[in-house]
Design a protein around this ligand. Structure first.
Ligand code: BYC
Length: 311
């Protein structure tokens, strides 16, 4: 009886548009779903640092290296906000990281594709951060307060990342025929995986119905994917790039682009751990964590010393 009352009160709060805060009553399934989604999101941020980190020494100028360095640092910050927000639900960070390092936790499918040329760094910024931004702007409206507030800052930074990626692509498109070809070839490889980032459609999106009811998500996967396509196609056309989809066409009546069916087999295969880069990414992440143990030890020792001074 108590639980039914609590649940009604909880749903009414959500329907009014109030935020749920860490000490508020919440159903176990709400807490569980948020920890799942926020930790997957946090993992995506820090795994996303890996392919970009690989390009730091190969970025074509000092300016590009500085920008890449700043972007990678931003991603680490996003991971920090998101792990901290997930911890407010009572799951320790060590537990979340353990799940990532043992291959049990998911992170975005997109980071299981290799970055083969410098143009890929442009595509990651333009398409991957662009998709992340479309998704995350909608999450500013999420019902869980700490997640929503983290999203505000993250989205500002994603907007910068998105534009720096587009600027790399634009520079290549304005360059030699070989550079333009490099951009087109990278777009051919990154277009479909970027659309998959929004997650499966219809019944395969098993969490959507409940998550929409609890406003954990504010829009379904398919409508966010459509917004991203409608935003991105004109940007490609402006640089003379061709989206690799022969069925792509503007539908005047529906005010949207029609596009081909996504290869969902590929998506499910990648999220099962069979993508080209899955095992390499998890191994590199674990390595980075192990090699950073001395930093965590030093920070802890310093904090202890400071606390002793205060006492
Ligand atoms: N990759 O019921 P569904 C970034 C899983 S990167 C892997 O629709 P939900 C960045 C899903 O987890 C972006 N798995 O789930 C950019 C579920 O499996 P489980 C990171 C995926 O949660 C540059 C199953 O498929 N952003 O920011 O309602 C540099 C069924 O799916 C994916 C976020 O994480 C995928 N793409 O909707 C660095 C945003 N899609 O958990 C970093 C927050 C689906 O039952 N997350 N699955 O085993 C979300 O908005 C939602 O979780 C999703 C999926 C839209 C991704």
């Amino acid at each position: 009886m108590e639980d039914i009352k609590n649940l009604e009160h909880f749903q009414a709060k959500i329907d009014r548009g109030d935020k749920i805060e860490p000490n508020d009553w919440m159903p176990d399934a709400y807490r569980k779903s948020l920890v799942r989604m926020m930790s997957q999101h946090a993992h995506s941020e820090i795994v996303g640092m890996l392919p970009e980190g690989n390009w730091l020494t190969r970025a074509p100028s000092l300016r590009r290296k500085m920008i890449a360095m700043a972007k990678i640092q931003d991603e680490a910050g996003h991971g920090l906000y998101l792990y901290s927000a997930a911890e407010t639900l009572g799951t320790p960070r060590e537990e979340l990281l353990h799940a990532l390092h043992t291959g049990k936790a998911k992170y975005s499918s997109i980071f299981n594709y290799p970055t083969l040329t410098w143009a890929d760094m442009g595509m990651v910024g333009w398409l991957v951060d662009g998709a992340a931004m479309v998704n995350q702007v909608s999450l500013i409206g999420t019902s869980y307060g700490p997640y929503s507030r983290a999203m505000v800052r993250i989205c500002k930074e994603e907007a910068f990342h998105n534009r720096q990626g587009y600027e790399i692509v634009a520079t290549l498109c304005d360059g030699t025929p070989e550079q333009k070809e490099m951009a087109q070839e990278a777009l051919n490889r990154w277009w479909w995986p970027s659309l998959m980032m929004f997650g499966p459609k219809g019944e395969a999106s098993v969490h959507s119905e409940q998550s929409l009811k609890w406003k954990i998500k504010t829009e379904d996967n398919e409508s966010l994917r459509q917004s991203f396509i409608d935003m991105t196609v004109p940007q490609a056309e402006a640089r003379g790039l061709k989206i690799p989809d022969d069925n792509l066409k503007w539908n005047e009546e529906e005010n949207r682009y029609e596009y081909s069916e996504i290869q969902w087999d590929e998506f499910f295969n990648v999220i099962k751990g069979n993508g080209v880069m899955n095992s390499k990414r998890v191994a590199a992440r674990k390595d980075a964590h192990d090699n950073g143990a001395w930093v965590r030890d030093a920070a802890e020792a310093y904090a202890k010393k400071q606390a002793q001074k205060v006492a």
